[in-house]
Write a protein that binds this ligand. Structure first.
Ligand code: AMP
Ligand code: MG
Length: 349
């Protein structure tokens, strides 16, 4: 299959191109597009064949449900059995934006889209290209991240092309994404509203709107003795090809420990890498050292993280050490993704 790559600028949207892309989705095809979080791989959420195509293109297990993207509030109650008050409250505060809500699905949403579940994940993105595309595509676009399963989510169209060229109909290049990590997911079908995946909308922010917000205990640990409640979270997502360890502790000790390990691994002839920050990048002696930015600028780190993980793959790094980050605010989402990339291998020094 030939994959057509087009460029659409969020500030000057070419509606003829949007129409062309929308038609592809309506006809059952797949189009990758920019959102504020990461690039999505879009298909018609109400067409079971489109969802099957998405799973196939990603190489994703089909019990891992897709997020349905809408562009207008009026569309919500058509795909949800009964929209609870809590959803309206959250929507008023956080939509359009990087928040996904889990709600009971209406019959018209095929089980192929929800991975066999009676619930559906819904999000209204803020990115203007995404919104226009959703409208042109009929209103309901199922869109997981546009990476092959097991690779970091794409934050640039060139990464989508690396993973998806030849497998989908079209890629819309909209430049850099703004956030760089996937949306926060909150389950509104459980007894208390529960965060299933941390993102840049934090638990504290959600708690300003709803009372009793909880967190799935598997978010930051893998020894909780239970399966994560978001099916996709059980997979080793976001994983670089190298063997990765997160190192936490006092700054100087972390640098010292990582350099010791790098020395040992180099003498085993391993190609080594370090994920660090601007302040520490000069201190490491690994083959490849990459800063994700300034430790105090968490939004900046979120934006750079997946690019850096992909670059370690490109550079064929075999062993990676990553500095840990404070797990509050957006830091929780950053650490959640790092821990997943590392398969929860953490050393405290
Ligand atoms: P992605 O589209 O790659 O950002 O990932 C979508 C993720 O949303 C899935 O991997 C699940 O973890 C989560 N998700 C989607 N639908 C549901 C649902 N109905 N219940 C719980 N989690 C869901
Ligand atoms: Mg994904």
């Amino acid at each position: 299959m030939d994959t057509k790559i087009i460029r659409i600028d969020e500030q000057h949207i070419d509606m003829a191109l949007i129409e062309e892309a929308g038609k592809i989705i309506k006809a059952g095809g797949l189009v990758a597009f920019p959102t504020e979080t990461v690039y999505g791989l879009g298909g018609d959420a109400l067409n079971p064949l489109s969802s099957e195509k998405i799973y196939k293109a990603k190489g994703r297990p089909s019990d891992n449900p897709l997020i349905v993207h809408i562009a207008d509030m009026q569309y919500l109650d058509r795909i949800v059995r009964k929209v609870p008050d809590s959803a309206y409250k959250l929507a008023e505060r956080f939509w359009p934006g990087p928040l996904t809500m889990i709600l009971y699905k209406a019959d018209m949403v095929p089980y192929e889209t929800t991975g066999g579940l009676d619930t559906v994940a819904v999000r209204m993105p803020v990115h203007r290209v995404a919104r226009e595309l959703i409208k042109a595509a009929g209103g309901y676009v199922a869109a997981p991240s546009a990476n092959r399963s097991g690779r970091p989510s794409p934050t640039l169209a060139k990464y989508v092309a690396e993973d998806m060229a030849g497998r989908i109909d079209m890629i819309i290049d909209g430049g850099n994404v703004e956030i760089g990590l996937e949306s926060t997911i909150i389950d509104l079908t459980s007894k208390e509203p529960t965060v299933l995946r941390p993102g840049c909308i934090t638990k504290q922010m959600l708690s300003q709107v709803l009372s009793g917000v909880e967190e799935d205990i598997t978010l930051m640990r893998d020894d909780a003795g239970q399966a994560p409640r978001a099916p996709g979270m059980k997979y080793r997502h976001y994983a670089p090809q190298g063997d990765m360890t997160v190192v936490s502790g006092e700054e100087g000790r972390v640098t010292e420990y990582i350099n010791e390990q790098v020395f040992l691994r180099k003498s085993d002839n391993k190609r080594t890498g370090v994920i660090c920050t601007d302040a520490s990048v000069e201190k490491y002696r690994a083959d490849v050292c990459k800063s994700v930015g300034n430790r105090n600028d968490e939004a900046g780190i979120a934006r750079e993280l997946y690019r850096v993980l992909r670059e370690f793959d490109d550079e064929k790094v075999e062993v990676i050490y990553a500095e840990a980050f404070d797990a509050d605010g957006i830091g929780q989402a950053i650490m959640n993704r790092l821990l997943k990339a590392a398969g929860h291998k953490v050393v405290c020094v």
